[in-house]
Ligand binder design. Structure first.
Ligand code: SAH
Length: 230
């Protein structure tokens, strides 16, 4: 069975959006993965199709109601569904390449996109939602965050990207940032491609790239060097 993503959102028309372009879109068309976006409002029970209410205790904005969201989650993914249930949330665990790789090896994901002030805590607890953040800033809704998560995951599904190990060397895959890349022309605005890369000596090239990776990581992201390898 291929990777299956189910999104619960107030804006299903935003999907697949950028996920429908290029190699990810081709993978979608070829059935290497699938995507279904479900409108949360479908699960509202009153005449006005209400999905949100004012925050208990006061404050600005609106909160997604737990009963409606739970109905949506249960309809999209009954308890026997093995897929992880994820809530996009700035309070979540920061998304990493490792989490993306793990998700890509699994059956898929059910992803809830928050809006307004977020969702009632009780549905997060009752449906055991894993909160994932895409960074320390606040978006207006979870849809773009879900796309970021899925884009990171889906490109790792075997067959989606052309070359089998085209991501083995990439930034974060070995705990380091990637070395600088070059391509023709040989001279660009008076600057040549580093001679080592055109020397044909693969041992020296690998060593140069490893040194560059390490220096770049030390300069820009020393926190990655201190982090245990994943
Ligand atoms: N009041 C909330 C923010 C709500 S933003 C707080 O302060 O934590 C509305 C929705 O956008 C969230 O429910 C979440 O689904 C999404 N969102 C916003 N920022 C995000 C981020 N950095 N990562 C993932 N999702 C995010």
């Amino acid at each position: 069975m291929s990777f299956s993503a189910s999104i619960i959102t107030l804006f299903p028309e935003l999907f697949p959006g950028p996920l429908g372009a290029s190699v990810l879109g081709r993978g979608l068309a070829d059935g290497l993965w699938s995507l279904e976006a479900t409108h949360l409002r479908t699960f509202a029970t009153d005449r006005h199709r209400t999905v949100d209410d004012t925050p208990s205790g006061g404050g600005a904005g609106m909160v997604l109601k737990p009963d409606i969201l739970a109905r949506a989650i249960d309809a999209v993914a009954p308890p026997s569904d093995p897929r992880p249930r994820i809530l996009m949330s700035p309070r979540g665990t920061p998304l990493t390449q490792k989490r993306a790789r793990d998700l890509a090896l699994g059956p898929g994901a059910v992803i809830v996109c928050g809006r307004f002030e977020g969702v009632d805590q009780r549905v997060i607890d009752a449906r055991n939602l894993e909160e994932i953040s895409i960074g320390d800033y606040v978006l207006a809704g979870g849809e773009v965050a879900a796309m970021v998560l899925l884009e990171a995951v889906v490109r790792l599904i075997p067959g989606v990207l052309g070359g089998a190990d085209s991501h083995a060397d990439e930034s974060f895959e070995n705990g380091l940032l990637e070395y600088p890349q070059y391509t023709r022309p040989q001279s660009f605005e008076g600057v040549d491609i580093p001679a080592i890369l055109t020397s044909g000596d693969h041992g020296k090239i690998a060593k140069w790239r490893a040194e560059q990776s390490r220096a770049l990581t030390a300069a820009r992201r020393p926190d990655l060097l201190a982090r245990p390898k994943s």
